[in-house]
Design a protein around this ligand. Structure first.
Ligand code: MOS
Length: 739
């Protein structure tokens, strides 16, 4: 097979592989990230965080810290102003945790913010924070699933909008089966570590507040801080044109923003906070550890008769964050009997949250490993097992898929990978001292959408500007929104200026749920269509003709503001301007009786495991994906690459280790929090399977940003089984798992 080229030539229903819109500004250092923003005479803040996970602050010993020259103030619960409590985003509010810091002496998790030092320099603030001594009253914390005192609650009991999906009778389905699988899987705590640290810079100008902060949702941050500080939302302005990685960690506002903004007001000076890498593990969110019991039953020829999936997910004592991936896994394969249940396990931890493909990564890991186990039990090729159980309608509610190219993805990836040469017997494909294993798994991601607005202006010179408060978190949003504007207007892409990441722009979607392109570009299309209508249907390519039309219309430019909502999502238009994340503001691709909208993929991996040292290598990985219209195959490929590389990390490297006695993360740094490096990733091949979907939205786009890291961990675990005959169900799989 030929290697797949890095800049894929566009195929059917794909745009041009234009280079990144902001590439030059990023590589030349002109792109200004939030903490780079120069503000005059800032006070520097450094957080003081709790050394214990549960108990109380008895007292602070602050004399030494206060004595350091340049220290302006030490703020703790003893002298902090009281602040408005805003609800957790999952309860219809905004924040990633409802726990407001500095309101009292109680400690609810390790690393909780218990103080802020303000000083004339970053170094002084940090020094003073380290010299502030704290006396605690220590209580015994609950660290996780295995801790005594961990409480399990049914998600449906604590979250009204959650319904455990199912159909038919699972017991009957299992009784009818000729072959069954019943297995438990575990995924660990994981922390996204974007290169750009968490930071907040707050500047007041009279009664107006400007915030510079990396954010996946500037409208949410603006409205959240307005609530917390009891300000009219129009007085708050969030600016964040570039984000140095986010992956969910910069989605829901954290408590630090209002804290910093309030200090800036109190001290009448801009305040800048850059959160240290280790503190980021505790003051923002993370991927919760999960446990799964999956039961599958099948006829001798491989038809599923039953699929049961029970999940347990860790959350904090204060908030009920739920991962809840069963809504999507339940729609994956044709099975007449499906039963699911999600449970939360409450612990003395910070509240978890989104991390790339939040529900799908852990839940599909469990399902796709179980499918492999079923294929082994049936003595059937795992690709054929997927084919036999492929479906064009939702097994839960019967709704048809708008498009589903799962098996096309399997066939193309299998051909590229050379799957037909696989000897299915475990341990049979040895190469000298190395055991070779080949495995595969399905990737899926729902086509989520949110209402969006956009403003487009066409100048008489044929140039255009598009504005939307959407975000480019490294995904290529600038590029594809520019390309879409050019396409809808019928002008060259290099004539378009794109403005994103500013709360004064028309409201856009959260850069989450892989919904930026589908949502924002649908609004852009409405605005562009109106502009073309005003010009009689098209923008003339001849500059003279265009100038003549503008003269006739007596305008210097044509500008249109448009709002768009996905079908059924019109109610979300009201929430659009409030920047709401939960509470039905987004339309999900699956779940309710309406067309099922999902992108799909198939991933194949080779692992090599040294027979004596158990060193695990992934020399190659091939993925094929179908996500409707691809606006830019270059940026799309980059998304797919990143996702699969992350999947390698998820399978083999990543875990936040927890001190079970102290409920504290012990590897809260990127030296000991293992991620794949270049040497771990020799060959990643991406195939983009052309797919036309005329139903999902007016532009035929599905979300792909989170698709490709779904299934990777399962494909690797399945390959490890094939290499060794050992089924490792707990992630990550490390050499010690195989000894
Ligand atoms: Mo992404 S984890 O949906 O921000």
């Amino acid at each position: 097979m030929q290697p797949v080229p890095p800049v894929p030539p566009p195929m059917e229903n794909m745009g041009k592989p234009d280079p990144r819109y902001e590439a030059r500004s990023k590589v030349t250092g002109r792109a200004r990230y939030a903490a780079d923003e120069p503000v005059s005479n800032p006070a520097w803040a450094f957080l003081v965080t709790s050394a214990i996970a549960k108990g109380k602050v008895r007292r602070f010993l602050a004399d030494e810290a206060k004595g350091i020259p340049g220290v302006l103030a030490i703020i703790t619960h003893e002298n902090a102003p009281k602040r408005e409590k805003v609800a957790f985003f999952g309860d219809g509010g905004y924040v990633s945790t409802s726990l407001v810091p500095l309101q009292g002496p109680d400690i609810h998790h390790a690393g909780q913010i218990i103080g802020v030092v303000l000083a004339d320099s970053y170094e002084t603030a940090r020094e003073a924070a380290h010299r502030l001594r704290v006396e605690y009253e220590v209580a015994e914390p609950v660290a996780g699933f295995r801790s005594p005192g961990a409480q399990t609650v049914e998600l449906a009991a604590v979250k009204k909008s959650h319904k455990d999906v199912g159909v038919g009778d699972i017991d009957k389905g299992l009784a009818d089966a000729a072959v069954t699988v019943d297995a438990e899987y575990f995924t660990p705590t994981q922390h996204h570590n974007p290169i750009e640290l968490f930071s907040t810079t707050a500047v007041w100008n009279g009664d107006e507040l400007t915030i510079y902060e990396p954010s996946q949702f500037v409208y949410s941050l603006k409205n959240c801080v307005a609530r917390q500080l009891a300000l009219p939302p129009e007085k708050v302005h969030v600016i964040n044109p570039y984000v140095g990685g986010a992956f969910g960690s910069k989605g829901a506002p954290t408590q630090r923003t209002a804290l910093v903004a309030a200090l800036a007001r109190q001290f009448n000076r801009p305040v800048k906070l850059v959160v240290a890498r280790d503190q980021g593990f505790f003051i923002t969110t993370y991927r919760a550890e999960t446990r799964h019991r999956v039961r599958l039953g099948a006829t001798p020829d491989g038809k599923l008769t039953a699929y049961g999936h029970e999940g347990w997910e860790l959350t904090s004592m204060v908030d009920n964050y739920d991962v809840a991936g069963t809504e999507n896994t339940a729609e994956m394969y044709a099975s007449p009997n499906v039963w699911t249940k999600v449970n939360l396990v409450k612990a003395d931890r910070n509240t978890p949250g989104f991390m790339r493909s939040p529900p799908e990564v852990p839940y599909m890991y469990a399902l796709e490993c179980a499918m492999d186990e079923l294929a082994v039990a049936l003595n059937m090729d795992p690709v054929e097992l997927r084919r036999i159980n492929d479906t064009m309608k939702s097994p839960i509610n019967g709704a048809a898929y708008t498009s589903r190219s799962l098996m096309k993805c399997y066939d193309e990836a299998a051909a590229q990978f050379g799957w037909s040469r696989r000897d299915p017997r475990p341990g049979s494909m040895r190469d000298g001292e190395w055991l070779v294993g080949w495995g595969c798994a399905t990737a899926t991601y729902p086509t989520n959408m949110m209402p969006s607005a956009a403003r487009v202006r066409l100048g008489g010179d044929g140039s255009a500007r598009v504005q939307v408060a959407a975000h480019d978190v490294g995904t290529g949003a600038y590029t594809v929104i520019g390309q879409a504007t050019a396409e809808f207007l019928g002008i060259p892409a290099d004539k378009v200026v794109v403005e994103l990441g500013d709360s004064r722009l028309p409201p856009g979607p959260v850069a989450g749920g892989s919904m930026t392109t589908a949502s924002a570009c649908s609004a852009v299309k409405v605005a562009c269509d109106r502009i073309r209508e005003r010009l009689g249907g098209s923008v003339p390519a001849d500059p003279k003709a265009l100038a003549g039309m503008f003269e006739k219309l007596k305008v210097g430019s044509l500008e249109e503001y448009a709002e768009w909502a996905p079908p059924g999502g019109e109610k979300g238009l009201a929430a659009l301007h409030e920047g709401r994340m939960g509470g039905g503001s987004a339309e999900r691709g699956g779940g309710t009786p309406k067309p099922a909208m999902f992108a799909f993929g198939a991933e194949f991996v080779e692992v090599r495991i040294h027979s004596r040292t158990k060193e695990i290598r992934v020399p190659r990985i091939t993925g094929a994906f179908a996500g409707g219209r691809i606006l830019n195959p270059r940026t799309a490929r980059s998304q797919y690459l990143g996702g699969m590389i992350w999947g390698i990390g998820s399978a083999l490297h990543e875990a936040t280790e927890i001190d079970e006695k102290r409920a504290r993360y012990v590897n809260a740094n990127i030296a000991e929090y293992l991620i794949p490096v270049n040497a771990d990733v020799p060959l990643v091949e991406i195939i983009m399977v052309p797919e036309v979907d005329t139903q999902v939205n007016p532009i035929g786009v599905k979300g792909i940003g989170e698709l490709s890291n779904v299934g990777t961990a399962a494909a690797i675990a399945n390959a490890v089984y094939h290499a060794t005959g050992k089924r490792i169900r707990d992630l990550p799989i490390r050499p010690e798992s195989l000894v």
